[in-house]
Design a binder for this molecule. Structure first.
Ligand SMILES: [Fe+2]
Ligand SMILES: [Fe+2]
Length: 132
């Protein structure tokens, strides 16, 4: 279980809410993988995670365009990298019905936290200057 920590906050409620929801998805996935031998349940959570992650990234990227954020290109590249990697995981799971569970969960947690504490923190002053 990954718990929300106030140090993850970017100080913008809308974004924090979305990050918390992403963390919830990862926790749900962990639970589904550990408790359930129901592949469909796992695939459903995985697809939900991918869908919601894309949604969140799209929201951040919309603000990048609106606010003409100077580090947008590198940031978007990080987003696209994660989507590519997670879609690969979904595909692997659908094909083989299994993957290295601890590794997948650790990877997702580490990526999310690093991104929230790293790249996401960097846009905070720009977003705030633009009224968020
Ligand atoms: Fe981001
Ligand atoms: Fe984010």
């Amino acid at each position: 279980m990954l718990n929300w920590d106030s140090s993850y906050s970017v100080g913008i409620q809308e974004i924090d809410d979305q990050h918390q929801k992403l963390i919830n998805f990862i926790n749900e996935l962990e639970q589904a993988l550990v408790e359930s031998d129901n592949r469909e349940a796992v695939v459903k959570v995985l697809n939900g995670l991918v869908f919601y992650t894309k949604d969140h990234f799209a929201q951040e990227e919309l603000y990048f365009r609106q606010f003409d954020y100077e580090k947008a290109d590198d940031h978007i590249e990080e987003h696209n990298d994660l989507i590519t990697q997670v879609e690969k995981l979904v595909y692997q799971f659908e094909v083989s019905g299994a993957f290295d569970i601890p590794n997948v969960i650790d990877f997702l947690k580490a990526w999310l936290i690093e991104h929230i504490l790293g790249a996401d923190q960097e846009y905070v002053s720009c977003f705030k200057e633009n009224g968020l």
